[in-house]
Design a protein around this ligand. Structure first.
Ligand code: ADP
Length: 287
């Protein structure tokens, strides 16, 4: 079992005064019993010959939120981008090691990055709606490269509604689907991007600091959405905000200088971390 390779403390050596509030529900799910959605083994991600992610072996459970935290530049985004083959889109970048999504190696011979990205959607730091497209066509943009669109043309309206419902945006936009996406607020645009990622019905959704550019109210809406999404899709969220990780995630991974220091339940990581470096980080001694 890959899970046995994770750094899960059996006996916490110390109990840390929590600096963040952890949701009561966060540790109640028996996540170790759920089949992993993503598994990595000795995953290393390089830019030219410099490793930004080093020998990471970890699992991401299904239908749960996994947060990746750590100081700026520690490799959080790079690790996330290995999960849907985005890392290799940077010239000179390459990946070594093993990554599987639902048991299938995504770097195997003949595996199409486009197919991988359909199953593993991604949302970036800044909202990236297509500026010349309507709200409706933005939701459908990811399906354009997907043959299912042809098969289900009569269901397109249903796909748009379902994705916008799941992204918590339907009520706000249902009467203006043909308006430009640029007429939406920043927070709405980010939820539109989440709807776009959900429209291909991915099994995993990767969120790279999705609230970094949002005001507090929009941030709260996106966090509530992330918390809800875990019922239907696996979520991995990169955040530099420990409070956010504590609010929305079931499990948290702490990354330092490209290495996975610790991955365990969010409650445990923030109250009884196994590693002194985790403790130093969550208590604000560096980072
Ligand atoms: P984080 O998300 O934790 O802030 P990143 O994954 O963005 O960290 O970056 C990890 C390391 O990789 C950093 O040292 C950063 O400078 C480097 N890096 C990120 N993007 C590139 C790139 N396009 N080319 C070269 N190095 C990069």
């Amino acid at each position: 079992m890959l899970q046995s390779t994770e750094v899960i403390p059996s006996k916490p050596s110390r109990v840390v005064t929590p600096t963040v509030q952890v949701r009561a529900l966060a540790s109640t799910l028996p996540l170790d019993d759920i089949k992993p959605c993503i598994e990595t083994r000795e995953l290393t991600a390089l830019f030219d010959n410099t490793a930004a992610v080093k020998n990471v072996t970890m699992t991401v459970p299904q239908r749960a939120v996994t947060a990746i935290i750590g100081p700026s530049g520690c490799g959080k985004s790079t690790l996330l981008r290995c999960f849907n083959r985005m890392h290799e889109t940077v010239p000179g970048a390459r990946v070594e090691g093993f990554v599987a999504v639902l048991g299938t190696s995504i770097y195997g011979d003949g595996t199409s990055p486009i197919a991988v990205r359909r199953h593993v959607g991604m949302v970036f730091q800044r909202p990236t709606p297509f500026p010349t497209m309507s709200i409706r066509n933005n939701v459908l943009a990811g399906l354009r490269v997907d043959s299912r669109l042809r098969e289900s043309r009569e269901n397109v309206d249903g796909i748009v509604e379902e994705a916008l419902q799941r992204a918590g945006l339907w009520a706000e936009v249902k009467d203006r689907l043909n308006e430009s996406a640029m007429a939406l607020s920043g927070g709405q645009q980010q939820r539109l991007c989440i709807a776009r990622a959900l429209a291909t019905r991915p099994r995993v959704i990767l969120l790279d600091e999705p609230t970094a550019s949002l005001d507090p109210l929009s941030t709260q809406k996106v966090e509530e959405l992330v918390y809800e999404l875990r019922n239907t899709v696996s979520v991995v969220i990169v955040t530099h905000n420990m409070q956010q990780a504590a609010r929305v995630s079931d499990r948290t991974a702490f990354l330092l200088a490209g290495e996975l220091v610790e991955l365990t339940s969010t409650r445990e990581l923030f109250t009884a971390p196994a590693d002194e470096r985790t403790e130093a980080y969550i208590t604000g001694r560096f980072g």
